[in-house]
Design a protein around this ligand. Structure first.
Ligand SMILES: Cc1cc2nc3c(=O)[nH]c(=O)nc-3n(C[C@H](O)[C@H](O)[C@H](O)COP(=O)(O)O)c2cc1C
Length: 514
């Protein structure tokens, strides 16, 4: 028997054991064995595809407006049809680009994903929709198809697993996101459990915005008893585990008891001829699992973070209102998003562009681990290099007032690059953002599972930031980082907190992709 959700040593052991440092990078002999690179798709060999509309209609709502919505907004009944469901799945996990290279081809997806390894799978649990019968389905972006794992309405099972989460209880569609360890640990080893949150999060950033653009409410749910959800999807939990749920749509209360869960023996193509096991991730997952519905019920809300007091002069953000901000549609922005591979150090961004990015992507998120209109689990620390009218330096964003506090002025290009594992991207960018969490408070409130939520929330914000950059015609990339050095750089302000996510923004160098 492993640690329980309340035995917080487990989360600390995982977190501390997967930190990057100048020395850990130099002493890790890991190399990428291309002969066992995992397959990017989960392919069921014996399930026929469900016929889906081949055309995925564009999303016209301006991207900046859609990412600013929380997911709660539309009131009243909203039940997606199959076309809307396919839009939601495609614009969050679909293949948007193909790139050939001498050894083969990479298929890029709608949301950024560490190493382009795509370890997050999507499953749909729905009641009867206009043109899709009730069931449990797997989504394969490879052939843009759903495959039915089970027939019948199983939503009630998920609602009970969440301890009767009210939005879930009314949702016509539940999308379950799972993480497959080996897909990502092939490259990132045990640190992959953090990547589950990051990559699931960027995907949900797209998904929430897409739902908003379609007028569908959407809520992220992380408080659920794990076992019945994994059983419903027939997951081999030594390899793949449910990580988050999105309740999509509303006005479809559940009546019936779900059919019994029969075990399924579904064959899938092996990801590679051999897999390497990293037990630390499975231990972290087990120690952050919920066992009883009472635990799930107690999980919701009561975010433990309070805004720190400010010292010195505060600088207000100046975001333009929607009518004066770029209005490119969400679909087009998602299609052109990609990670910038080189930034042009000579370029600058305006203070308005910078303000719009922070303002639109850091608004409320409809999720069961944050209170509406309350603080997020993550706070934004920034390094500014080239924003017109803002002195280069290190900043903290007071999100409650949308004001910046300057922590220290100076040219920190070298430091930004060093903190991002000595890469050029954050040194050449116009600015970088660290999402940082007060983990002791988060874990105290939510138990080990708070670690999952902190990573996922940072990914959602990061995903929205990517879209906010591309909506305004500049570039972005996620980054990995030297954990403790980040906190040292922003201390004393950040003392006791933990770095969760790192991004860089700027203008792409010409002839270097996005
Ligand atoms: C959390 C996160 C961390 C990332 N870290 C790095 C990094 O350290 N260096 C880098 O060059 N790219 C990094 N990336 C970019 C990914 O490699 C990129 O998203 C992936 O190759 C897919 O390509 P796309 O974003 O263009 O679709 C990161 C992306 C994410 C989401």
């Amino acid at each position: 028997m492993g640690a329980s959700n309340r035995e917080l040593d487990a989360a600390w052991a995982y977190h501390n054991g997967t930190k990057h440092s100048f020395w850990s990078i130099r002493h890790n002999a890991h190399f990428l064995d291309s002969s066992i690179k995992p397959l990017q798709f989960k392919i069921y060999t014996d399930l026929p595809p469900v016929e889906l509309p081949r055309e995925v209609p564009p999303l016209e709502m301006p991207a900046l407006a859609s990412i600013a919505l929380s997911g709660d907004e539309p009131a009243g009944a909203a039940v997606p049809d199959l076309r809307a469901l396919v839009q939601v799945l495609y614009y969050s996990a679909g293949i948007t680009k193909h790139k050939k290279y001498p050894g083969g081809e990479i298929l890029f997806r709608a949301a950024s994903c560490t190493g382009a390894l795509y370890e997050i799978e999507l499953y749909v649990v729905c009641g009867d929709l206009e043109d899709l019968s009730a069931g449990v389905y797997h989504f394969n972006p490879g052939d843009l198809a759903l495959r039915r794992l089970r027939t019948g309405d199983f939503r009630r099972l998920i609602t009970s697993a969440t301890g009767e989460e009210p939005v879930t209880a009314e949702a016509p569609v539940l999308i379950i996101c799972s993480g497959t360890y080996w897909r990502n640990s092939w490259k990132y080893q045990s640190r992959t459990y953090r990547h589950f949150g990051w990559d699931n999060g960027t995907l949900l950033g797209n998904l929430l915005a897409t739902a908003a653009a379609l007028g569908l409410p959407a809520r992220v749910v992380m408080g659920f008893v794990d076992e019945p959800v994994n059983d419903l999807l027939a997951l081999d939990t030594t390899r793949e585990v449910a990580f988050s749920i999105v309740a999509l749509g509303s006005g479809s209360p559940l009546q019936s008891e779900p059919p019994a869960i029969e075990p399924l023996a579904l064959r899938t193509i092996p990801l590679s001829t051999r897999e390497v096991d990293y037990p630390a991730m499975r231990e972290m997952h087990a120690a952050s699992s919920l066992i009883t519905t009472d635990e799930a019920r107690q999980w919701r809300g009561h975010t433990p973070i309070s805004e720190p007091p400010s010292a010195g002069e505060l600088i207000p953000l100046r975001p333009a209102d929607d009518e004066f901000a770029p209005s490119d549609g969400l679909g087009a922005v998602i299609m052109r998003r990609g990670s910038t591979r080189r930034f042009d150090r000579k370029k600058t961004l305006s203070f308005e562009q910078f303000s719009i990015l922070l303002d639109r992507s850091l608004r409320e998120i409809s999720a069961d681990f944050v209170d509406s209109a309350g603080p997020h689990l993550n706070e934004a620390y920034l390094i500014v290099h080239a924003i017109e009218g803002l002195a280069p330096g290190a900043y903290f964003l007071h999100r409650d007032r949308w004001m910046l506090e300057c922590l220290k002025e100076g040219d920190f290009r070298a430091e930004a690059g060093y903190l991002g594992l000595e890469q050029d991207l954050p040194a050449d960018a116009c600015f970088t953002v660290f999402l940082v969490a007060d983990l002791p408070s988060v874990l105290e409130r939510f138990g080990n599972r708070g670690y999952r939520a902190a990573q996922l929330e940072a990914g959602i914000i990061g995903g929205k930031m990517y879209l906010a950059a591309y909506a305004q015609g500049f570039g972005a990339t996620g980054l990995t980082f030297y954990d403790d050095d980040v906190i040292k750089f922003f201390s004393p302000h950040a003392e006791g907190k933990s770095a969760i996510f790192y991004l860089a923004f700027g203008k792409a160098a010409v002839n270097f992709g996005f």
